[in-house]
Design a protein around this ligand. Structure first.
Ligand code: GDP
Ligand code: IMO
Ligand code: MG
Length: 421
């Protein structure tokens, strides 16, 4: 029996979907524990490409996908994704927590409105209603999955919530009539459709652990988007770090055996906020193009930069990462010199740990180590030994700086372009 968390160490899009899919072959359950359909996880199997936003990646390997209590669920998106998978003959085996919060129409409207109000100070959210939904959850005025299974309870809650939301929309000058009958009807119908999947996920998973089953906990976003540990306020609204895995699935922290941090071999970020190693030159453009760095969810170009080990070390600390999985190493093929950030210089001070004050990062310069590049990784490489010498040195540098062993190296988007160590 193993319970393994797989999470992003940077600003998301590290290749978590690919890594989860790879490990899912030995798993019984794959659990999303936070975030919502702001995530976009890509899985490539041969010529087939799956882009999942809310369904756990393990369903592609035919494993039970679990949506934990810590997730915020847009049912319109979930139902469409289930349909898409059915059409592609990947009938998903799903369990949905009765306690997960539901993204409601007003959350999406308010996400857009708040971003518009912030103008050039905007977060650059995915406008999927994530922040407003988590805000309501913490303010104790959320709608949970269980509420959709009882029309009377749902209506009573909406009677209190909708007038407040309507006023907020007016303040933001957003058109939209929040009709209680329409919303109740729609969400009761959604409830009917998902009813067969709804359960107490915590009980299911703890029973599975007792029976010796293998569980993968699939993170969304990345450490630097964690609401406490990331580049606040340019973060998402959930706990993307390992601590969020137990909370968001109802598993005790002592049940978790392994925490794998996914590290993209360089750095990317979508949306606003600091990115200390950002490359606004032709190398940045090269990484963007070669890496296909276009957001899966919003189609925005991802900002690119050199690998930042201050960030990865921060991720290792705050999540107690036990192993690393390095992805997209092939994207660095052909670059003569590779830079890796090991510290930041801000005024006269050098930082080797990630500073709390996000504003300060604008005036920080990365301190780089320079490593020699390599020509091309053999597309059929199967072992660490098959990698070019300088690629091995690059990986060893990451291990030395972080103090964490690399267990997987990804050299292509396809499932079989994976080396385990
Ligand atoms: P996630 O959000 O962390 O699951 O990552 P995304 O799926 O949003 O973005 C990662 C992108 O890189 C996807 O298009 C993957 O198919 C692709 N990818 C994953 N691993 C590799 C790799 O090792 N090499 C290359 N070239 N592409 C990869
Ligand atoms: P995956 O799981 C990359 C970013 C948004 C924005 C910030 C807040 O695919 O790695 P939100 O809509 O969550 O309130 O937006 O977080 N963001 C992501 N960036 N990958 C993601 O998910 C992301 N999910 C949210 O771009 O900057
Ligand atoms: Mg993604």
């Amino acid at each position: 029996m193993t319970v393994t968390v797989i999470l992003g160490t940077q600003w998301g899009d590290e290749g978590k979907g690919k890594v989860v899919d790879y490990y899912a072959k030995n798993a019984d359950y794959v659990v999303r524990f936070q975030g919502g359909n702001n995530a976009g996880h890509t899985i490539k199997v041969g010529e087939e490409v799956y882009k999942l936003h809310i369904t756990p990646s393990g369903v592609i390997q035919g494993k039970t996908g679990v949506i934990g209590n810590g997730v915020v669920v847009d049912l319109e998106v979930l139902l469409k994704e289930i349909d898409m998978l059915r059409k592609r003959e990947k009938e998903p085996k799903l369990l949905i927590s009765d306690r997960a919060n539901v993204i409601m129409p007003y959350h999406k409207l308010l996400d857009g409105a708040e971003e518009k109000y912030l103008k050039d100070k905007k977060i650059g959210t995915t406008k999927r209603g994530i922040g407003p939904c988590y805000s309501d959850k913490v303010a104790r005025r959320g709608i949970r999955i269980i509420d959709l299974l009882n029309e009377e309870i749902l209506r009573k809650k909406l009677e209190i919530i909708l007038p407040i939301k309507q006023k907020l929309l007016e303040i933001y000058n957003i058109k939209g009539n929040l009709d209680i009958n329409e919303i109740t009807k729609t969400y009761v119908e959604y409830g009917e459709k998902i009813k067969p999947f709804v359960t107490n996920v915590s009980v299911e998973l703890n029973d599975a652990i007792k029976k010796g089953k293998n569980i993968l906990l699939e993170g969304a976003q990345g450490t630097m988007l964690d609401v406490d540990m990331g580049t606040y306020p340019y973060t998402t609204s959930s706990h993307t770090i390992a601590g969020g895995a137990g909370i968001g699935s109802g598993i005790g922290p002592k049940q978790i055996n392994e925490i794998i941090g996914v590290v993209k071999a360089y750095t990317t970020r979508v949306g606003e906020g600091p990115l200390p190693t950002e490359l606004k030159d032709e190398i940045g453009e090269h990484l963007q193009k070669k890496g296909g760095e276009i957001g899966t969810t919003t189609g925005r170009a991802r900002r690119c930069g050199w690998l930042d080990l201050v960030v990865v070390k921060h991720a290792c600390i705050v999540s107690g990462i036990t192993k690393l999985a390095v992805t997209k190493l092939d994207v660095l093929d052909g670059l003569k010199t590779l830079k890796v950030c090991t510290a930041y210089k801000c005024d006269d001070k050098t930082y080797t740990t990630f500073p709390a004050q996000t504003e300060m990062l604008d005036n920080c310069n990365p301190v780089f180590a320079e490593l020699d590049g390599w020509d091309n990784i053999d597309k059929d490489a199967k072992t660490f030994e098959d990698l070019p010498e300088n690629a091995k040195k690059y990986l060893q540098f990451i291990e030395k700086e972080t103090g964490v062993k690399i267990t997987l190296v990804s050299i292509g988007a396809e499932r079989d372009k994976t080396i385990t160590i």
